[in-house]
Every structure is written in C-alpha cells, then in structure tokens.
Design a binder for this molecule. Structure first.
Ligand code: X8Z
Ligand code: ZN
Length: 613
C-alpha cells in the first residue's frame, strides 16, 4: 500500500491506456441479415459474453485504481473504461432485440433479458454525452471520497472516519450538529448540478433502452413485473413497520431523557444528528443511552473486547474468513491478502466506503475498506466477505449469470453469517468467557434492533427518493425538500436545523454519488433473517433465534454453497427455495427474532404518545 507514487502511477496509466486502446479497436460486430435463428442467437450471446467479460475486467481494474488512489487522472481513466463498457452494452442490448420473437431454450432467453437490464448506468448513444455522463459519475464519487470537514482555523480537517467516530461517541448536541453539518456540506458545492445533469443523461440512456426512466430500469431487475415489485416492497415494509414504530417511540423517549425536551421534543421526529450515525441509518452507537434498566445487561461490548484482545484489521479479516471456512468453504486466495486495501493509506485520498471486488470475475477477490477495530467494522468485514465468497462461487457460471440471485441476496449473505456472531461464538473466539443470562435477551435484542430494525425505513428511503427524481416527480428544485419529506415520513427523523435547496443532502450518502442502487439493502435486511432462521434450523440449532449460530455447520455451508453456485442463472425464487425451502420473501423471521423485544418495548411505551408529526 505504500508504493512509490509517481513511478508506479505512470506505469499504471500507460498500462490502462493500452488496455483502453485495445477496447476501442474492437467494435461490436455488425448485425446479420435475414430472419434470425436460434443458432444465430446463441452465437450472438457467446460473443457478447466474451466481449463483456473483457470490458468488465478492464473497467474493474480502472475503477479499483480510482477508488484506492483518487486523482484527476485516475478519475478520467475510470470514466473512460466505464464509458466503453456502457457503449458496448447498449449496442449489444439493442442488437439483442433482434431475437425477441424467437422461441429459445430458457437459459438463452434469460441471458437476453439480463443483457437488456445489465446496466446500472445506461448512457445516450451520443459520444459526447456519454463521455460527459461517465465523467460526472467518476467526479461525484471522487468528490465524496475526498470529502472532509474543516472545523475552523488551527483545527485539523476531519475525514469520514473521524467524523463518524465523533458522531458515534460525542454526547454534546452542539458538537454533533457541527460535525453533522460539516459532513453534509461536502455535497453542497457542485454536486447538485452534477447530479441534475447525471439524471438527465442517465434517463436519456434508459429511454434508449426502452425504459420510461432510470428508476424503471432498476426496478425491472427482480424477475417480477416492476409494479408487482413495488407492491412486494410495500407488503414487506408493512410487516415490519409496527416493530420499527415501537423502537422509534422507545428510543425517542430515552433520548428526551438524555438531552431534554427542547432538543428531543416528544411527539416529534428524532433529530438526525443524535442517533450515532451520519445518516441515522443504524443506531447501535447510542446503545448506552437507551440500554434497558432493570434487566441483565449483555456483560460485554464487542468493540472493547476486540481492542483488549489486541485485534488488528488483518486479524479481524482472518477471523471473518475463518467463519466462512468453518462452513466448509475454501479459504480466500493468497492474492486476496496481497491486493486488498484493508486500512486507509496515510498519503492519498481513497474511497473509504467498504466494498468487495472480483476484479477478474474469477478469483482475483479483494476488499477495500478503511478498517477500524470496532464492532461495526467487524460486522462489515463479514458483509464484504459474503460478497467475495458469493462472487467466487458463481464464477463458473457464464458471464451474464455471474451475479447474485438478485442484488438483495448478494447483500444479505455476509450479514447472515454476522447474525451468527452470537455470545456462544464469541466464547469460542476467546473474546468473552461466559454466555449472558437469559434475562439479558432484551438487552441483546435491543442492541441488534438498533442496527437492523432502525435500518429498515432508511433502506426504503434512498431509492424512493431516487425513483422520484428519475421519474421527474421530484424536480431538481425540490431535491432536498423531498429527501427530508421522505426521511420524515418513513424514519421519523429530521435535520438538526432547517435545510434548503442550497444544500444537497442526498449527496452526503455514498450510494447517491456512487450510483449504487439501494433497495437491495432493504431486501437484504429482510432476507438475512429468513436465511438465518432456516439455516440455523437446518444446522439443528434450537432456542431463541438470536442465540443460534451456524458456525461450523457443514449442512448450512452446503446449502449456502448450492445457492451461491446458481448465481443469477435462475429466477431468485429458485435460489431462495434452495436455501430456505420457500419461494417467497417474508419478514416473519424478523418479527420472530425480535418478538420478545417487541413485547418489552410495548410495555415500556405504555402511556407514551408514539409516532411523530
Ligand atoms: O454499502 C454497504 C456495504 C457495501 S455493499 C458496506 N452497506 C450499506 C451502507 O453502508 O449504507 C451495508 C449496509 C448498508
Ligand atoms: Zn454489500
């Protein structure tokens, strides 16, 4: 990670330029004449997949370098590689329509469908506009990655890790508000206009592919009619909403006790800077402010235990890997350890937001993180490794099938293992020495709910906002207003002080400038509990769901592997059935997991006015 800067970057630039030149020299083959045939469709797909695979690999390499070394040049190189991939994919998607009326064997028909919806960012066929779009995309990600808050003269500027630490630990509302605003300012200058143009051009690309807008394209990726998908989301959300409402009511009351009714007024939304996280998406960092009185406590805080036991970032990742191998999965390749970025480099800007990569779409697996020794990052490591193990499992599929059953599956896998990081498992690691008593269940569940239940409405909001923006229902002069309207409606949180259209608060959340669809995380937060319930049952575990672990279970490992190997070759209900025996996504496992907590919360909330205006 501490390479000599100038020489290696120049060598890299030359190599990338060479690769890009090769890509530019190989245009998509001309369309054949005459009526289409099944054989022709098959050979079209074989060629298309070979070409795409090559482009994906070049794009991933350029993108890796950009994310781990943000400079003017790496941004442009990444934009260029992205542009070439988009260009070819658009051409192939259009060419694929030639086979629309053919009766094809299902795998081929599925590949043609996947090809048409493969892009997250389609672009107009106009070359100048396409270049403009990919440059905006790279620039927005760079702006986010470089983001810092400089509190004032003589004070050091803080990056996202430092600001997140402050949000997690400080209990001074003024200090919290300053840090919260400081981070939200990174997107105030320039990014709003970039985003407006990004939407315009991305939509133009989506329309060229026959979609109404970019949101319609994103919603078409779930083996369901896009409208039926929205109905599914609403159904799942309504299943869990009462649980969220109980948690919100309880947490607000405890925060009112801590900060006073002037800062946290009863009956009103919770101020977003007081929940321990920049986006109020996971609230685990305020556990000590809301911990239950009169019941046993868990007796440990994982962050402290990791620190005391001398864990460093590598040991945390090794421990995560060991969980996966305990299930019978093969260890990660040596190159994973050589090529990953585990900690924030001292001397350059990087995108710290955690991600997992399969650079060559085969076994060049990596994670990119700025690991700190704490519970949150320990969980995130399992999350990221979940992506890597899944990526490696589906690498024997044909290129268009090298993906998750749907993106929610990919996001859920590692989290499912993290749910098995139970006290029993921590004893095995030597991090704690005894199991918390049964009457610590409420405390354990509350700790978990602060992260997992609090997340649910947040998981919905980001793409409810983006879908509105893409469709034009949310015009550019209402970006911020609509953002906070949605956060109010679903999460019941509000900004610490009034915001205006001079700001662009959505840009302060990585996935907006990074253009990563977000509904996947909402799905993942439902699916991981469903996976956990059914895998622990298969592993022969009994007892309350939150005490069960699949650690060491070959039976669970085999099921997971079988599901992962399918990649995207079959509709997701088939994959779900392989893993759980059911073909429907279902939030009943979330409710079952937290049932004792829900009863307890409702007792605590008696006499309170819940909800918010
Ligand atoms: O972005 C992520 C992962 C990378 S796929 C770290 N997550 C979402 C977020 O941070 O907002 C995981 C949970 C939700
Ligand atoms: Zn992820």
């Amino acid at each position: 990670m501490s390479m000599p800067r100038s020489r290696s970057s120049r060598r890299l630039a030359v190599a990338l330029a060479g690769a890009l030149a090769t890509m530019l020299d190989s245009p998509v083959a001309a369309q054949p004449q005459g009526p289409p045939t099944v054989e022709e469709a098959q050979s079209f797909l074989v060629d298309a997949e070979a070409r795409l695979l090559d482009l994906w690999i070049q794009r991933e390499r350029a993108s890796w370098v950009q994310s781990t070394y943000i400079t003017y040049d790496t941004e442009l190189l990444a934009a260029r590689a992205n542009e070439e991939t988009i260009k070819a994919t658009m051409e192939l998607a259009r060419a694929a329509t030639r086979y629309d009326a053919l009766e094809l064997p299902e795998p081929w028909a599925r590949k043609l469908r996947l090809l048409k919806i493969a892009l997250t960012l389609p672009a107009p066929s106009d070359a100048a506009q396409r270049a403009e779009l990919t440059q905006i995309a790279a620039r927005m990600e760079g702006t986010y990655g470089r983001g810092k808050w400089c509190p004032g003269e003589g004070k050091e500027c803080l990056d996202i890790a430092a600001i997140s630490d402050l949000l997690a630990a400080s209990r001074d509302p003024k200090e919290l508000e300053a840090a919260w605003q400081g981070w939200h300012d990174i997107s105030t200058h320039g990014m709003r206009e970039d985003y407006r143009r990004f939407v315009e051009l991305g939509n133009a690309g989506a329309r060229e592919l026959g979609f109404q807008d970019l949101g319609a394209l994103w919603r078409s990726k779930y083996d369901l009619d896009p409208v039926a998908f929205e109905v599914e989301l609403e159904r799942l959300w309504l299943q869990v909403k009462p649980l969220y409402d109980s948690l919100h009511c309880y947490v607000r009351a405890r925060l009112t006790e801590t900060y006073g009714p002037e800062v946290v007024p009863p009956g009103k939304p919770i101020p977003a800077h007081l929940l321990g996280n920049l986006w109020a998406q996971q609230w685990g960092n305020v556990y000590e402010l809301v911990e239950p009185k009169g019941v046993a406590d868990p007796g440990y805080a994982l962050t402290e235990r990791l620190e005391k036991a001398g864990y460093d970032p590598i040991k945390m990742v090794k421990t995560g890997e060991a969980f996966f191998t305990s299930l019978g999965l093969a260890p990660l390749p040596e190159t994973f350890w050589e090529r990953s970025m585990f900690v924030k480099p001292r001397d350059r800007d990087v995108v710290c937001h955690a991600s997992a990569w399969s650079v060559d779409q085969k076994d060049d697996l990596r994670i990119k993180m700025c690991i700190q020794v704490n519970e949150e990052d320990f969980n995130t490591i399992h999350h990221e490794l979940g992506h890597n193990f899944y990526q490696r499992a589906h690498n024997t599929q044909d290129p268009l099938f090298r993906d998750g059953a749907n993106d929610g599956f990919h996001e859920a896998l590692g989290d499912t293992l993290a749910l098995s990081v139970t006290p029993k498992y921590l004893i095995r690691l030597g991090l704690i020495d005894k199991e918390p008593p049964a009457d610590a269940d409420v405390a354990l569940l509350l700790r978990q709910a602060l992260d997992k239940v609090a997340f649910l409405p947040f998981g919905l909001v980001i793409d409810k906002w983006r879908w509105g923006v893409f469709s034009g229902r949310i015009p550019a002069d209402r970006y911020n207003q609509a953002w906070w309207d949605l956060k109010l409606k679903y999460q019941g949180v509000a900004p610490p002080s009034p915001r205006s259209e001079a700001q662009f608060d959505p840009g302060a959340k990585y996935h907006v400038p990074g253009n990563t669809p977000y509904m996947r995380y909402f799905l993942a937060h439902i699916l991981q509990f469903q996976f956990h319930r059914d895998l622990t049952a298969a592993a022969g575990e009994t007892g309350p769901l939150h005490r069960r672990s699949i650690y060491g279970s070959r039976v669970a490992g085999e099921r997971i592997e079988k599901m992962m190997l399918m990649g995207a070759s079959k509709p997701w209900p088939d994959a779900l059935e392989t893993l759980t025996g059911s073909r429907d996504m279902d939030a009943s496992a979330v409710l079952e997991y937290f049932a004792p907590l829900k009863t307890w919360l409702d007792e605590q909330n008696r006499g309170q006015v819940c909800g918010w205006q």
